[in-house]
Ligand binder design. Structure first.
Ligand code: PEP
Ligand code: MG
Length: 887
């Protein structure tokens, strides 16, 4: 029988390897057991496995008999460890019930605290704690939380009752309510439950427990959890574990506290304890951002110029013990830890530890520092940094010299610059972004329900909350700049207006946030390009030494090539020559060429284009001297170039001397129903060889010129697109070779070059052995290969792919991340067959997948020589290629 429940803490064994496996006990459960096993103070409890959650969800929300038995046995473990009994009216044991998936999903799922309280046990708690007020406050919190999470009653009803009670008594803060006030409120709260549900608030403690377990299981499939999973590529079939743990109380007066901490600064990576705590408060008060918490360390408090005492000052003994635990945990896990703790009447308890979420900047700094400290190896440092997170560093920050009209400031919760129009709720954020606006989401505090708006927004500003509030944690994970706890912000939702400092603003006005220092500025402040030295440079050098595959770039302008080289590109993997023709000054000649009915007209247009193309290639080759450059001959679906407006036809009529009607008729003749499968790619070269001749000539002339003027030329790799048959390639290779000969003879020189093809069609993959007889290299055009293998149009897929991903038909959009099991087979087979014919054939990928880490891992597996990505993705690809090589 598979074990369904694992006890931890107390005298639990912690010896089954399944208990340490996060896939079974979830991140929280595995780490609680591990902390207990190394002797840290963990309140005893037990974990219900993720397998039970999956089975519950699959079996129509039914608990298995084995689970029922195991849970009652495990409750006994907690009772024995704390020496109290669940439901005992004189000295009750209370528990918390929390979710804990394989990876942390901050705030996405449900938690219930103080479970086990009822009309009788509350009296027992009052006696044993010696604090009647605390007992009744705990009971009302429990009713409120349980009703919200388990019974589905609107929590606003309870808050309203509390507000009325405060108003009637002239109270300002919750702390002014006495034991009797809470007692009265508990009566009212129970009344709310009865009238909402037509049945009383459950008094049976086991009934309460099963209700909470059910709610946690169900919360795995809540809307917000689903959105979070989609954004973070978390599979829907993992399920969540449930952790039931003896309660410890941070709200037992002024010697009690609760807090969250990081062993290093999660925003900068600095080696300094970092965190927040609240005296006389319960756990959720800190993370929910309801009260703005106090600093953990004296240094942080002083740096912020804050008055309320830090934990280091207010509770020196508990703080010293906590700092010791931080060091033990870092040494044990060899990573920065994100910790939740409670101090109950002076005694420290650890409630959670996990590898902390961090900004890209912090991830780099910590990886490089920890290698220097001897905590981790260089390989591990390279593995630690999420390649996609580098994106945050490659984008602009605020220009330090630009003028800033500062309206106010909050906490620098997630770094980076963000500018846009103010929106006051998540749905509006999403709608405005869909219509093309850039927005800043401004909220009093964010809740997990806001996640879609946070994702849509450029940045997030909240009036309340600390550095560890949901807004901050989620924003850092998403790489969104965030300023939180900005008390200068006051929002009036009914008039859709707000005030920041003294400035009156309304929804739609523009502001800029600096997530690095918390400043809020009026209007749009200009930005500057990022700096690529420091830790970034160090880690990249390490990654480069570990990777096997080369990394090239997809680029067709000298500016993009320069940027890509700065980012570390080792050549061009794809220069799409048709993009050079989009230029307004050239499009006329291109249209003239396309619409010409005879060779003569076409040649006249090509004569105009030749010097232009030669100049393009010369400029690019100067930047890329010494490196391989794959230049693809023309491959446009023609519809992208045809004129559509009357004015365009008239202009063309002027240039060609042909009538507008004549040109329109010709355009009609060229109209295609399926341009993506139409007269494009090498089919253009076969039917209009003079186009490819012109391009080949421009390339060879340019490379000879660059070699003559600078002494160093790149290696041109001339690439024929959309080949399906060996014969197509044979004909076009002969054409390229002939032009090369002509140019070399004219120039009196001879340079190296290659001719190869793209593999973009299933037939090309299948016939790769034959095609390799002609082609000296293959570049996998996985955009078209995905389109043609799946029979899904790349231009139309956006309309229906999202539901496909939601339903799990595709794990991810196959145009973003390679469909490894399907399209991947064709890549693997073509690589094998190509090598069988030509063992030294060069193999690369130039579809969008060349910048996607999961696809890059696949390219490493099938032994491609290089990947090619757009310039901003080059560093991501370098790191991903190193990680793939380490696998
Ligand atoms: C491809 O099809 O993958 C490719 C790189 O070519 P394009 O995107 O230009 O069709
Ligand atoms: Mg293509």
């Amino acid at each position: 029988m598979v074990q369904t429940v694992y006890p931890f803490g107390g005298d639990a064994a912690h010896s089954d390897p399944r208990q340490a496996d996060k896939t079974i006990t979830g991140g929280k459960g595995a780490n609680l057991a591990e902390m207990a096993s190394i002797g840290l103070p963990v309140p005893p409890g037990f974990t219900i496995t993720t397998e039970e959650c999956v089975s519950y969800l699959q079996h129509g929300a039914e608990f298995s008999d084995s689970l029922r038995e195991a849970v009652s046995e495990a409750v006994g473990h907690i009772e024995k460890s704390v020496g109290k009994t669940f439901g005992d009216a004189s000295d009750p044991m209370l528990v918390s019930v929390r979710s804990g998936a394989r990876v942390s999903m901050p705030g996405m799922m449900d938690t219930v605290l103080n479970l086990g309280l009822n009309d009788e046990t509350v009296e027992g708690l009052a006696k044993t704690s010696g604090d009647e007020r605390f007992a009744w406050d705990s009971y009302r919190r429990f009713i409120q939380m349980y009703s919200d999470v388990v019974l589905g009653i609107d929590h606003g009803l309870f808050e309203e009752a509390l507000e009325i009670c405060k108003e009637d008594n002239g109270f300002y803060a919750d702390t002014e309510l006495s034991a009797d006030d809470w007692k009265t409120l508990v009566g009212e709260f129970k009344g709310i439950v009865s009238s909402e549900l037509n049945e009383p608030f459950p008094q049976d403690v086991f009934h309460q427990l099963w209700g909470a377990i059910r709610a946690v299981f169900d919360s795995w499939d809540s809307d917000r959890a689903k959105v979070y999973r989609r954004l973070n590529d978390i599979p829907g079939d993992w399920g969540t574990a449930v952790n039931v743990q003896a309660m410890v109380f941070g709200n037992m007066g002024d010697t009690s506290a609760t807090g969250v901490a990081f062993t290093r600064d999660p925003a900068t990576g600095e080696r300094a304890y970092y965190g927040e705590y609240l005296i006389n408060a319960q756990g959720e008060d800190v993370v929910a951002g309801i009260r703005t918490p106090q600093y953990l360390t004296k240094a942080a408090r002083e740096a912020a110029g804050a008055k309320p005492l830090s934990m280091e000052e207010a509770m020196p003994e508990a703080y010293t013990e906590l700092a010791h635990v931080f060091d033990l945990l870092e040494a044990h896990y060899k990573d920065m830890q994100d910790i939740e703790f409670t101090v109950e009447r002076g005694k420290l308890w650890m409630l959670q530890t996990r590898s902390g979420k961090r900004t890209a900047k912090a991830a780099l700094k910590m990886a490089v520092d920890m290698e220097g400290e001897g905590l981790i190896t260089r390989e591990e440092a390279v593995r630690r940094v999420d390649p996609m997170a580098l994106d945050q560093l490659l984008h602009p920050t605020l220009d330090p010299d630009a003028e800033r009209n500062i309206l106010g400031a909050g906490l620098p919760a997630s770094p980076g610059a963000a500018a846009g129009k103010i929106v006051l709720d998540a749905d509006t954020a999403e709608q405005w972004v869909e219509r093309g606006d850039k927005v800043i989401l401004v909220r009093v505090e964010t809740s997990p329900e806001d996640i879609h708006g946070m994702h849509a927004a450029q940045g997030i500003l909240t009036a309340r909350g600390g550095m560890t509030s949901h807004a901050a944690v989620v924003a850092r994970g998403m790489g969104r700049p965030c300023v939180s706890g900005a008390s200068a912000v006051s929002i009036n939702l009914s008039s859709r207006t707000l005030k920041i400092g003294r400035q009156d603003l309304k929804e739609g006005d523009e502001i800029t946030l600096d997530g690095a220092n918390g400043q809020i500025m009026l209007g749009i402040v200009p930005t500057v390009e990022p700096e690529l030295a420091g830790d970034f440079g160090t880690l990249m050098v390490w990654a480069d030494a570990l990777r096997r595959m080369k990394v090239r770039t997809n680029a067709e302008t000298p500016a993009d090539c320069k940027m890509a080289r700065q980012f570390g590109a080792e050549g061009i993997g794809l220069c799409r020559t048709e993009h050079m023709f989009f230029d307004a000054s050239r499009i006329k000649a291109v249209r003239q060429m396309i619409l010409a009915e005879e060779d003569a007209g076409r040649r006249a247009a090509l004569d105009i284009l030749l010097p232009e193309q030669r100049a393009d290639f010369t400029a690019i080759f100067e930047v890329m001297a010494g490196l391989p450059c794959t230049i693809r001959l023309l491959d446009p679906p023609l519809h992208e170039f045809l004129p559509t407006q009357d004015a365009e036809f008239e202009e063309l009529a002027d240039v060609t001397g042909l009538g507008v009607d004549h040109l329109k008729r010709r355009a009609d003749e060229l109209h295609e129903f399926n341009p993506m499968l139409g007269h494009r790619g090498c089919r253009l070269g076969i039917t209009f060889p003079e186009i490819y001749e012109m391009q080949a000539r421009a390339i060879f002339e340019a490379v000879c010129d660059v070699k003559a003027s600078s002494g160093e030329a790149p290696l041109p790799e001339i690439m024929i697109p959309l080949v399906a048959t060996q014969k197509e390639l044979a004909i076009l290779k002969a054409l390229v070779d002939r032009v090369a000969e002509e140019v070399f003879t004219e120039k009196g020189t001879r340079l190296d070059y290659l001719v190869g093809t793209m593999i973009e069609l299933p037939r090309a993959a299948l016939m790769a052995d034959k095609i390799a007889e002609e082609g000296e290299f293959f570049s996998f055009g996985t955009n078209d290969l995905t389109q043609t293998t799946l029979g899904v149009s790349r231009d139309d897929s956006a309309k229906f792919l999202a539901p496909y991903v939601e339903k799990g038909i595709f794990a991810r959009d196959p145009f973003v991340s390679l469909d490894v099991e399907g399209v991947g087979q064709l890549v693997e087979l073509a690589a094998e067959r190509g090598r069988a014919t030509r063992p030294d054939i060069k193999l690369g990928i130039c579809g969008e997948h060349g910048g996607d880490p999961a696809s890059i891992a696949f390219c490493e597996k099938v032994g491609l020589d290089y990947v090619s990505a757009s310039p901003y993705r080059v560093p991501i690809a370098r790191l991903a290629a190193a990680q793939a090589a380490l696998k």
